[in-house]
Design a protein around this ligand. Structure first.
Ligand SMILES: Cc1cc2nc3c(=O)[nH]c(=O)nc-3n(C[C@H](O)[C@H](O)[C@H](O)COP(=O)(O)OP(=O)(O)OC[C@H]3O[C@@H](n4cnc5c(N)ncnc54)[C@H](O)[C@@H]3O)c2cc1C
Length: 417
């Protein structure tokens, strides 16, 4: 595909005060009816629409977003991507996503700035050591790149970390996934939106879905801020508000919604070229291309829908980060924000049919769904198109909370990322 953004258009638009950039996607009024309506214009919803059109030839599709694209958790997350989950089911799903990440900029002809700079998970005590080595071994059995590194190797990778034996949080080793890293979150939403729009998908922003029309147990459309839109099938992908949507459709989810926050520092010269995370101290750090330290925290300890984090968690996180990186003590934080994450009892997502015929749901990614964006959209598109899950998401059905076949990923998802 030829790029619409040559160096000449850059100069031309700069001279015109950036007034006349071509629209990257259309903003159509909704049609009265679609074959498929996707509720939620985050990365997962947009990826679903893209793969429905691209892989399943289903182009009479609309994405309905109540705010702006990527304005939910997609644009609020700390962009860490990895696939080193413990159980076979999760490893297969997240590894599928990671493989899609590796070709995503080419696939979308849009630079999502995927940077495979490696992800370190630190072990601070004997329990961490045992958990991480178990996970490294499980990863390798599943063909996921993963290795255990010693404090000496960590020192070489991250010289600014405090690795003294008598430190507040002694570092006994770490797992390392070299193919993990970061990506540019907004670009992922924009890239999928542009590609889906080019295939005929209607993207409708500032249009809340306020209800579902259900007749004889089957969904027939959505009630929106722009009126009723009929739909043959509906997919709900509204992270942070999944149980609100399920409630509107008349079923319940085993989900708790909690605020999760992150911070960025003032920009500095490159000082850390990998991602460092610690489940024990609930903090993690990477450095953005602008030079800001991107610091993630743990979740607030109460249920809430305010898109901000609470001060005690900020303080706890920064205290831990300063212990691990004494150099950061003199840095100033530029801004802090939060998102609402839907957490499941087994820390694994739900990608499933629902009790309502024709209504599907993709939710419960908790603190770590950004990394899954391409894979999540890919399997959800398959599930909606074929009316049955793909082998990769079959274990992530809603009824596992009745059958007891849980996929407990609390270890791999322990620190929010
Ligand atoms: C601070 C923070 C840090 C994180 N860090 C990481 C990380 O480093 N790595 C990682 O893998 N994951 C991370 N996550 C988790 C990750 O952001 C999410 O799991 C993921 O982005 C979910 O994507 P989504 O597209 O499902 O959700 P969203 O991007 O939240 O999209 C859902 C959309 O639904 C819309 N919506 C809601 N209700 C309605 C309605 N009634 N009608 C229409 N639209 C509606 C919302 O406006 C929103 O745009 C983090 C999350 C937070 C908050």
């Amino acid at each position: 595909m030829k790029s619409r953004y040559s160096v000449f258009s850059l100069i031309r638009n700069a001279l015109k005060h950036h007034q006349d950039w071509p629209k990257v996607w259309r903003s159509p009024e909704p049609k009265p009816a679609y074959d498929i309506v996707i509720v939620g214009g985050g990365g997962h919803g947009l990826a679903t629409a893209y793969y429905l059109a691209k892989l399943h030839g289903l182009r009479n599709v609309a994405v309905i977003e109540r705010g702006w694209l990527g304005g939910g958790n997609t644009g609020r997350n700390t962009t860490i991507v990895r696939s080193n989950y413990l159980w076979d089911e999760s490893a297969a799903l997240y590894e599928h996503a990671l493989k899609l990440w590796e070709g995503l900029s080419q696939e979308l002809n849009y630079n999502v700035m995927f940077s495979q700079r490696g992800v370190l998970n630190l072990a601070h005590n004997q329990h961490d050591l045992r958990e991480l080595s178990r996970r490294v071994n499980a990863n390798r059995l599943n063909g996921v790149d993963s290795e255990f590194v010693s404090p000496q190797q960590i020192k070489e990778l991250v010289p600014i970390m405090d690795l003294r034996e008598n430190g507040r949080y002694p570092v006994l080793g770490a797992s390392l996934q070299r193919r993990g890293g970061t990506a540019r979150h907004d670009a992922v939403a924009w890239g999928y939106a542009r590609a889906a729009d080019a295939l005929g998908v209607d993207i409708i922003q500032e249009c809340p879905v306020n209800g579902f029309r259900i007749e004889d147990g089957r969904v027939t459309g959505v009630e929106t801020g722009k009126g009723f839109i009929a739909a043959g099938k509906v997919g709900i992908v509204t992270a942070g508000h999944s149980s609100v949507m399920a409630n509107l459709a008349g079923f319940r989810l085993p989900i708790q919604s909690v605020p999760l926050q992150a911070l960025v520092s003032e920009p500095v010269k490159p000082i850390i070229d990998t991602v460092v995370m610690s489940g024990a101290v609930h903090a993690y750090v990477s450095q953005s291309d602008k030079g800001e330290l991107v610091i993630g925290a743990g979740v607030d300890h109460f249920i809430g829908y305010g898109q901000r984090g609470s001060m005690p968690v900020t303080e706890e996180t920064l205290a831990a980060v300063c212990e691990l990186f004494p150099l950061f003590r003199r840095m100033r934080m530029l801004r802090q924000w939060g998102g609402i994450v839907d957490t499941c009892p087994d820390a694994s997502p739900i990608i499933s049919k629902t009790p309502v015929e024709g209504l599907f749901i993709n939710c419960g990614w908790g603190t770590g769904g950004f990394k899954a964006t391409p894979g999540s959209g890919w399997v959800f598109a398959h599930t909606i198109a074929k009316n049955e899950p793909h082998a990769l998401n079959a274990p992530f059905k809603l009824d596992r909370y009745q059958s007891g076949f849980l996929i407990d990923e609390h270890g791999a998802a322990a620190v929010a990322h």
